[in-house]
Design a protein around this ligand. Structure first.
Ligand code: MD6
Ligand code: FE
Length: 205
């Protein structure tokens, strides 16, 4: 099995149970103000299997007509995204090794049958900034490869409290979520998995 791409960092168990619960409280507030919605793929309009929302000044969205993009408001409610919780800003400042704050935090919710196809995160202007990901709830099988879709991939299990950083040469690595392992965490009462990805979107001037 190919190993992790250069510059990708996995920090297993980075968040304690208490920290995970505190973060979950933050996410619950975000979801109250900015409900999870089902995004659609560009062009085909096919619904994604993951439900999403965002916090921060910008949020990542996709729909049939306009495709992948960042925008300052929720596509269903039309309201600005909730502010990024201090807890997430601190995590970025601690780990990102990047001199500017993140602008977007994408919140992905996976039910037990959800998955996310192999993709690159490339809708941001500044690839010098890493993408920092936090996993909460049920474990998943995460797949990561190189910067070509045809490169070999490695699979690893991500558990609640794990953090992944795609930085440097791994910033544009292909990655996806093959499957959720139901019943592997007690963090979320009704099961499922939450993934948070913190991003710098615009190039700082
Ligand atoms: C997920 N993660 O773990 C999906 N993207 O549910 C991502 O798509 C991702 O983990 C960029 C950087 C790290 C990631
Ligand atoms: Fe991604």
């Amino acid at each position: 099995m190919p190993s992790l791409p250069d510059d990708a960092r996995i920090l297993p168990d980075h968040l304690s149970r208490n920290e995970q619960e505190a973060l979950l409280d933050d996410i619950r507030e975000i979801v109250k103000a900015a409900p999870l919605y089902t995004p659609a793929m560009p062009k085909t309009g096919k619904p994604m299997r993951v439900r999403m929302t965002n916090c921060g000044t910008l949020g990542w969205v996709t729909d049939k007509a306009q495709g992948y993009r960042y925008q300052a408001f929720h596509p269903v409610t039309g309201k600005p995204w909730p502010v990024m919780p201090e807890r997430l800003l601190s995590l970025w400042r601690e780990l990102a090794d990047y001199p500017h704050d993140p602008e977007a935090c994408l919140v992905n919710f996976y039910g037990q049958d959800a998955k996310l196809g192999l993709h690159q995160d490339r809708d941001e202007e500044d690839f010098d900034a890493p993408v920092l990901s936090v996993s909460l709830g049920d474990s998943c099988r995460f797949r990561i490869g190189g910067t070509s879709r045809s490169d070999g991939t490695a699979s690893l299990r991500l558990n609640s409290g794990d953090i992944v950083l795609l930085a440097g040469r791994s910033r544009l690595a292909y990655h996806g979520v093959d499957r959720i392992y139901p019943g592997t965490s007690t963090l979320l009462k009704n099961g499922g998995r939450i993934n948070l990805t913190l991003r710098r979107v615009t190039r700082p001037v």
